[in-house]
Design a binder for this molecule. Structure first.
Ligand SMILES: N[C@@H](CCC(=O)N[C@@H](CS)C(=O)NCC(=O)O)C(=O)O
Length: 203
């Protein structure tokens, strides 16, 4: 049996969380290594690109969260087999990744600089991506992003929209998704209430 070891931060969010969720939903055992930020700083040189998540597959280190999410999605039937639906799934995941990148640019700032950067984020990239993702959801039929059922795209976007609602970003209103894209907020609740996702959250 293939041995999986996923290393990510000790948070229930971020780029590693959709991978954990997909493993869980598929019932695939994996070693869930959760590092504190201090532990990461100590170990970072050992990771190929000095960043997380990292998935070891039978001891082989593989990086890059979206391909990793897609890979696990394929293993657990959460990735479309139809090429066009797979494209829709990939598009949504990459758009979400672009949003994460825009958010990441505001990390490390402080006080007024942080406040200004976050306000700019809300008016700029956050609005663009929330509305854009809402459009992709509508294209998928309104409930899921691709394939008419839950895929890894739904997991990845759910992790992001849930983080926004939890208020993990100072100066970003927690109802930003509701205000800009009510259907995307409903999507977040739909995925949260999916029995497989809810079972993971309840652990
Ligand atoms: N392109 C990479 C980006 C990885 C990345 O930036 N990870 C963040 C956490 S989500 C990280 O390790 N940040 C710590 C740092 O760079 O110091 C991926 O998608 O996996």
């Amino acid at each position: 049996m293939t041995q999986f070891k996923l290393t990510y931060f000790d948070i229930d969010g971020g780029r590693g969380q959709p991978i954990r969720l997909a493993f869980h939903i598929g019932g695939i055992e994996f070693e869930d290594v959760r590092l504190t930020f201090a532990e990461f700083q100590e170990a970072r040189q050992s990771f190929r690109f000095h960043a997380l998540p990292v998935l070891e597959i039978d001891g082989q280190q593989v990086t890059q969260s979206t391909p990793l999410t897609r890979y696990v999605g394929k293993l657990v039937d959460l990735y479309p087999t139809d090429d066009l639906q797979a494209l829709f799934c990939d598009e949504a995941m990459d758009a979400c990744e672009d949003l994460s990148h825009a958010i990441g640019k505001t990390f490390g700032l402080k006080d007024d600089e942080l406040k200004q950067a976050r306000e700019d984020l809300v008016q700029g990239p956050l609005a663009t991506f929330i509305k854009g993702l809402d459009g992709l959801l509508a294209r998928g039929g309104g409930e899921y992003f691709a394939d008419g059922c839950m895929t890894v795209a739904d997991l990845k976007i759910f992790v992001q929209t849930r983080a926004l609602a939890k208020g993990v970003l100072d100066h970003v209103p927690t109802d930003v998704v509701e205000k800009l894209a009510p259907s995307l907020a409903e999507h977040r609740d739909r995925i949260a209430n999916d029995s497989r996702v809810a079972a993971y959250s309840a652990r």
